[in-house]
Design a protein around this ligand. Structure first.
Ligand SMILES: CC(C)(COP(=O)(O)OP(=O)(O)OC[C@H]1O[C@@H](n2cnc3c(N)ncnc32)[C@H](O)[C@@H]1OP(=O)(O)O)[C@@H](O)C(=O)NCCC(=O)NCCS
Length: 182
């Protein structure tokens, strides 16, 4: 019949053997090796919560990670999640691989049970997944170098009205000077 079979990416949990391919894809996606270093150090840290990879045509095409941060709420610190980094091989971008990774990341975050998932990124891209500006919900950026609109959040069922305040990133992000725009 000549109908084309279109298959989406396969999303699965990161394995140690993926490290070289993940390093290459992040370096290609971001145009520098520092993000691969950040991702590796996050995976080795106590802040690590999840790493998911996308396979496309038997090739490792993308990665998303979740790390533990804190919300500095008035009564106490609350453990929250940060989605970073997200990267897709340049030659495979624009096929929905990033979208599949973001959706899988949100699902994984929801299963982890924390009330909030934060990220820095383009609102044009992330709003389609349910992210909205943190400031609209009473959240403060961890750095003034993050454009206000880029500081975004998804609230899960466990979120309660007192859970507002500043996001605190885990120290790995600061040690890599990977917060906001320089
Ligand atoms: C962002 C990224 C992960 C998206 O991956 P992808 O597989 O191309 O994403 P999808 O195929 O699901 O979606 C492509 C769409 O995202 C849009 N898009 C990609 N990067 C974008 C950005 N920085 N800002 C706004 N839109 C963006 C594309 O224009 C395209 O739009 P369309 O759906 O309206 O045509 C990928 O472009 C990437 O790795 N970029 C370099 C690293 C990076 O910037 N990571 C995100 C840091 S927050």
């Amino acid at each position: 019949m000549g109908a084309e079979l279109t298959t989406g990416p396969v999303i699965r949990t990161y394995r140690d053997a993926d490290e070289p391919a993940v390093g290459r894809l992040l370096t290609a996606a971001f145009g520098r090796s520092s993000v691969a270093d950040l991702a590796g150090e996050l995976r080795d840290s106590d802040a690590h919560r999840a790493a998911l990879v996308a396979e496309f045509d038997a090739e490792l095409a993308g990665l998303v990670q979740l790390s533990r941060g804190w919300l500095d709420a008035p009564p106490r610190l609350v453990e929250v999640l940060v989605l970073s980094p997200l990267g897709v091989l340049p030659e495979l971008q624009g096929r929905g691989i990033g979208a599949a990774l973001v959706r899988a990341g949100i699902d994984a975050a929801e299963r982890l049970g924390d009330p909030l998932l934060f990220l820095e990124g383009s609102p044009r891209y992330y709003s389609r997944f349910g992210f909205s500006a943190g400031r609209e919900h009473g959240f403060l950026r961890p750095s003034q170098r993050i454009p206000e609109a880029a500081f975004q959040v998804v609230r899960f069922a466990g979120w309660q009205h007192w859970m507002v305040g500043a996001l605190v990133y885990p120290d790995v992000f600061w040690r890599h000077d990977a917060v906001g725009l320089r």
